[in-house]
Design a protein around this ligand. Structure first.
Ligand SMILES: CC(C)(COP(=O)(O)OP(=O)(O)OC[C@H]1O[C@@H](n2cnc3c(N)ncnc32)[C@H](O)[C@@H]1OP(=O)(O)O)[C@@H](O)C(=O)NCCC(=O)NCCS
Length: 177
């Protein structure tokens, strides 16, 4: 198979991020709290603001986008703790190493941004994502939170669990969890 390249997108690449993000929401509505119909309406200004808020990493094969992940700390109130979120790989590329490459790039970026831990909130019934994050080194925690998946609202709340990846020599766990 061809090589996987992972690229950090800058603000000017907002439409590339928008396109892959909307594909992710459309293809895996149950995996994300956000909904495709809502985000499809966002204007350029809003996408540009999103690019500034967090790091957006795009995975490509032969110049074609095949996956995406975001990393940032704007939602976190604890020094040195960032969040990994919005992870998606197109179905045909799953199990081929794209997700691993995305997380390697995200962890490298997080270290460069002086983060010590990455928190990943993932659906408790998203077995594949939990298994993947575990194999990458994310550790389970007993933190849970309810989530309402707007794209597929069947009236029932789902639950997410926090997993934590220590970066570098970090020890212990974030105290905010
Ligand atoms: C989550 C995601 C990025 C993982 O990427 P991937 O390429 O599928 O991951 P991998 O195939 O490398 O790893 C998945 C692991 O889970 C295992 N697995 C597959 N289905 C599983 C299931 N239903 N339950 C438990 N484990 C499962 C696989 O065997 C594999 O483990 P292995 O490497 O030890 O064999 C991808 O599946 C995806 O985009 N899913 C839809 C969107 C999503 O759920 N995103 C996460 C929410 S933020």
């Amino acid at each position: 198979m061809s090589e996987i390249a992972v690229r950090l997108l800058d603000e000017e690449s907002w439409s590339e991020y928008r396109d892959v993000r909307l594909r992710a929401l459309q293809e895996s509505p149950e995996a994300f709290v956000a909904s495709h119909d809502e985000e499809e309406k966002y204007d350029e200004e809003r996408w540009r603001a999103r690019m500034q808020r967090s790091r957006r990493l795009l995975a490509e094969r032969e110049g074609r986008p095949v996956g995406v992940v975001s990393v940032g700390s704007h939602n976190m109130d604890e020094e040195g703790v960032g969040e990994l979120f919005g992870l998606w790989v197109e179905p045909e590329q799953r199990g081929t190493g794209v997700a691993r490459r995305l997380l390697e790039a995200a962890a490298t970026q997080a270290r460069a941004d002086r983060l010590k831990h990455l928190v990943y909130w993932v659906g408790t019934d998203n077995g594949r994502a939990v298994a993947f994050a575990s194999s990458f080194g994310f550790r389970p925690t007993d933190s849970r939170r309810p989530v309402r998946i707007r794209g597929v609202d069947d009236g029932e709340d789902a639950e997410e669990t926090a997993m934590v990846l220590p970066l570098g020599n970090a020890s212990g766990m974030p105290t905010s969890l």
